[in-house]
Design a protein around this ligand. Structure first.
Ligand SMILES: Cc1ncc(COP(=O)(O)O)c(C=O)c1O
Length: 439
């Protein structure tokens, strides 16, 4: 474990902070499960563009990008200016203001299915309201969701029997079996069916089969179930109309988060006026849903969201980020292939790592080198270890599982990343931390 020992030795301040944090935060000293590293991760001090720096003075090429929120990179000048200018004018009015209308106008101009817009503090809140609306609208209670699809940690959003969750009304079905989907919907008991944009885990570690996802809307409609497309990650990453627009889907409800607010905390629910009309106060009291929320449409978040959406509206940012993703995928896979390692990269603007048997090479669209879902999800321990080796080589990834791109990444960043990737695998194989060569 030579490299891990070196990592520990060269990150003394991070180690000290990690030891302090263990006294406060129950989840191995971190404040988000996705921030756990073994033995510990770097503690960051500042970030700009495609770079991030830690307390021990190390610089990393940044591929976590705010859990996917920062498609514009760290500290985009237009977003920083909007936040700064609004901070001076007031962060929270707890009253109506013009910025919320301007942000909603922009979102509606980008998303063809957005007849109405509602703002929340985060993505999962928007999903929870989607469920509540669907239940009130249909008069049904059951929730249908798909394996591996993530929508948040609340009771209604996690798998049945998750510790502490009361969620007997949820059924989870496989991602690729239309017969099971139709059988369930045909029971006429489901208020809502939820799907992640792109596929399961951050825009498609397990991508949807296009024919399957295109069948969800018509089937849901046939059986009177509301379809919610969760674009919290994909929203405005794949194009100005989201992944749904890119795939020409027509969900009843769509949720956004992350990129939609330029890196500030927010969730957005858009969709059909008749369903969202359940939020309009009318007698009797039990005929409508009351939506409060201290942070709804707070001016400083709206200002950042407007700045971000203006930049995302014409699609040029997404085009550039997707091209950079293709560049990372192609040059990375060429180098991995030449080195003989059974690792591959796939995906679009969020690149997923793959470790295992290669059924075929990654294609131009960035599909994984297998159709087997278990294989796509395998190797998380090896990926985590690779993530630490990548840190040692100056690359900050999502635990070695994902490299999330932003418009700030350059060709030079990509070349350095590919070089570091091959070196990190070489070192990890030499240390016996991971396997590396095909059987
Ligand atoms: C697809 C998806 N939906 C919903 C959420 C929850 O969003 P938030 O963390 O803003 O509540 C996430 C978070 O990563 C997500 O990936």
């Amino acid at each position: 474990m030579a490299v891990i020992d070196e990592f520990v030795k060269s990150h003394p301040k991070s180690r000290e902070l990690h030891e302090r944090a263990l006294n406060h935060f129950a989840a191995k000293g971190v404040t988000h499960v996705g921030r756990i590293w073994d033995p510990f991760g770097p503690y960051m001090t500042h970030a700009q563009g495609s770079r991030i720096w830690d307390v021990d003075g190390h610089e990393y090429i940044e591929f976590r990008n705010g859990h996917g929120a920062l498609i514009l990179g760290h500290g985009h000048p237009a977003v920083v200016k909007a936040i700064h200018d609004q901070a001076i004018k007031g962060t929270l009015y707890s009253a109506s203001h013009e910025l919320e209308i301007e942000w909603a106008d922009l979102i509606k101009s980008m998303v063809p299915t957005a007849e109405r817009v509602e703002f929340f503090a985060c993505g999962q809140e928007a999903n929870m309201m989607g469920i509540r609306l669907a239940r009130a609208f249909t008069g049904r209670t059951r929730i249908l969701k798909f394996e591996e699809n993530f929508h948040g940690w609340a009771d209604q959003l996690v798998a049945p029997r998750a510790p502490g969750a009361v969620n007997a009304e949820i059924k989870v079905i496989p991602m690729r079996d239309l017969r099971i989907l139709e059988e369930e919907l045909a029971t006429g008991r489901y208020a809502i069916v939820l799907t992640e944009g792109g596929g399961a885990h951050m825009a498609g570690q397990v991508p949807w089969e296009p024919d399957f996802i295109r069948a969800v809307g018509p089937l849901a409609r046939k059986y009177g179930t509301v379809w919610l497309l969760d674009e919290v990650v994909t929203g405005f990453r794949d194009g100005p109309a989201g992944w749904g627009g890119f795939m020409r889907l027509e969900p009843d409800l769509t949720t956004f988060g992350k990129s939609v607010a330029g890196g500030m905390p927010a969730g957005v629910l858009t969709g059909r006026a008749d369903i969202m009309g359940m939020l309009a106060p009318k007698p009797p009291p039990e005929s409508w849903i009351s939506h409060s929320g201290t942070w709804n449409a707070m001016p400083i978040v709206c200002a950042a969201g407007i700045a971000a959406c203006k930049l995302l509206k014409d699609g040029s940012v997404q085009k550039q980020v997707n091209e950079m993703g293709a560049c990372l995928r192609q040059t990375g896979n060429r180098a991995l292939q030449e080195s003989g390692y059974n690792w591959r990269l796939y995906g679009r603007s969020i690149i997923h790592t793959y470790f295992g048997a290669l059924d075929f090479e990654v294609d131009d669209a960035g599909n994984p080198p297998t159709r087997d879902i278990k294989k796509m999800l395998a190797g998380s321990e090896e990926k985590h270890k690779l993530g630490l080796y990548l840190l040692h080589h100056g690359i900050h990834t999502h635990q070695g599982r994902m490299l999330i791109l932003s418009v700030a990444h350059t060709k030079d960043d990509i070349e350095k990343t590919v070089d570091a990737l091959v070196k990190a695998i070489r070192d990890a194989v030499a240390d016996d931390a991971i396997g590396g060569l095909p059987a």
